[in-house]
Each structure stands twice: as structure tokens, then as C-alpha cells.
Design a protein around this ligand. Structure first.
Ligand code: IP8
Length: 261
């Protein structure tokens, strides 16, 4: 399997409208994925579903020791299942044989990092020519009780194990910027991100934050991935054809994060 595709939560369910999925964007991205002919690992973020539910419940981690914690756990997971249903509909309508693998059932954290993951269901699907679909979720955390795992951490954990060579991240902006381009007209896009150019992002701050760290959190996952041989491309989910071109090998659009040797 050559590619992993992350459907950014803010691209498929912008955080300014709670619990609304951009079915048009999902459908177009699914069609581009289908047209590419590539079997991919698909991961999606939380957008207005996961992050709104996490904010509403005022609790994104903690011991499962009372009704408030249990309600937060089940409601955040349920919100993610609802967004996942919209993604699955888009993929299936495009003719992609996709099956959801809910991280809550296969993934364990310790202090917010993945320490155990039952990969067998994912490998079974990959070997059968299918498309496994994972998503940011609430999962067990051995130290804290439960906590949120981001789609980016899941992707970074699984990609090297599945022999993936390129991760394509479909974002709501066309790459990684020095500062948030939605609020800062002086923001500059970084075309090739390396440990050296990362300093520009740190100096200027990162894009809008969310419960799993926004653009900064994403880069913290992608650079280690580059060190173990997986390149990444952050592209604009709203530019028609960009995903298909990225799955055809192009590095011309967005921000390219080459393998660090
Ligand atoms: O959008 C977060 O996933 P992400 C998932 O990939 C939840 O960071 C439940 C907020």
C-alpha cells in the first residue's frame, strides 16, 4: 500500500458550524480517490463533530470514574461515528470498498501516546484489497483513563507499519504557513518543510488550535514520519483535482515534507 490519506476534520466538517459535514467536499475527495485507482489507508479528523463534542462535555481526558466522564467518553465517540458515517457514505458512493475501524476498539494510549494497537483487522482489510477507514477518537489511556487520539497520530503510527511511502493530508488551507493565513495577511506558505524551515512556523505561531494541537500538532506527527521514510504532502481539500494529483505522485501543490535521511 503506497498511500495514506488524511481527510482533515476542518476541511470535511468546518469547526464554525457544529455537527455539519461537508458532504460535497467528502464526495469530491472520494471520487478523486476512486479515480486514482490507488488502494489507500484513509484517516479522518474530528472537525466540528469531535472537537465540538469534546468542548461541550468540557472533558477530553480523565478517569472513567463517574457519570460525567462516562457521558463525555460515549458522546465524543458517538459524534465521531456520525462524522464517520458521512465519510463512509461518500467513499461507498464513489465505489470504494471501505470499512470503518473504530480506534476506540483497537487502540490504547499511555499519557496520550499510542502504546498498543491491534493491527490485525487493518491488515486483514488491506490484504483483501479493501480500504480501512480510521478516525480521531476517544480511546483507553492506561495512565489517564481515557483520552483523545488524533487522526494524525493514528496515521503516523500505522503508516510505517503498513509500508506506506506517502501521506497526503487534505487540509482547509493549501499547505503549512508561517502563521495562520486565515487571520494573518502576512502569512507565508512553506513549500518544502524540513526541520530547518519548521523554525519559521514556530517563530510565527501555528494555525488555529484544537483539542489535539492544530497545525503544530500535525507537524509534530509528520516530521518523525519523514525520519522513518514516509514523505507527506499537505494539500488544499478545496482545490479540485489536488488529491488525485498527489496520489499520482505530484509534489507541485501545497507543502511537501520530504523523507529525512
Ligand atoms: O481532528 C480529533 O481528531 P483530529 C478527534 O484528527 C476528536 O485531531 C474526538 C476530537
Amino acid at each position: 500500500m503506497k498511500y495514506a490519506v488524511k481527510l482533515g476534520g476542518s476541511a470535511i466538517a468546518p469547526k464554525d458550524i457544529a455537527y455539519i459535514a461537508r458532504e460535497d467536499v467528502i464526495a469530491r475527495l472520494a471520487q478523486e480517490l476512486a479515480r486514482s485507482g490507488e488502494q489507500c489507508l484513509v484517516v479522518h479528523g474530528g472537525g466540528s463533530f469531535g472537537h465540538a463534542a469534546a468542548t461541550e462535555h468540557g472533558m477530553i481526558s480523565g478517569a472513567l470514574d463517574g457519570p460525567k466522564a462516562r457521558e463525555a467518553f460515549s458522546n465524543i465517540h458517538r459524534a465521531m461515528e456520525r462524522l464517520n458515517a458521512a465519510v463512509m457514505d461518500g467513499l461507498l458512493n464513489a465505489g470504494i470498498p471501505a470499512v470503518a475501524v473504530p480506534p476506540a476498539a483497537v487502540c490504547t494510549l499511555e499519557n496520550g501516546r499510542i502504546v498498543a494497537f491491534d493491527e490485525e483487522p487493518v491488515r486483514f482489510l488491506v490484504e483483501g484489497g479493501m480500504t480501512p477507514v480510521l478516525f480521531g477518537d476517544v480511546v483507553q489511556d492506561r495512565a489517564q483513563g481515557f483520552a483523545i487520539v488524533s487522526g494524525d497520530q493514528l496515521l503516523a503510527y500505522l503508516a510505517p507499519n503498513l509500508g506506506i511511502g506517502r501521506a497526503v493530508l487534505c487540509s482547509d488551507v493549501d499547505g503549512v504557513y508561517t502563521t495562520d493565513p486565515r487571520t494573518d495577511p502576512g502569512a507565508r506558505r512553506i513549500d518544502i518543510l524540513t526541520p530547518e524551515t519548521l523554525a519559521l512556523v514556530e517563530a510565527g505561531g501555528s494555525a488555529a488550535s484544537d483539542v489535539t494541537g492544530g497545525m503544530r500538532g500535525k507537524l509534530d506527527e509528520l516530521l518523525p514520519l519523514a525520519r522513518v521514510g514516509v514523505e507527506s504532502l499537505v494539500i488544499d481539500a478545496n482545490t479540485p483535482g489536488a488529491l488525485e494529483r498527489a496520489l499520482g505522485g505530484s509534489t507541485d501543490e501545497g507543502t511537501f515534507i520530504p523523507v529525512i535521511t
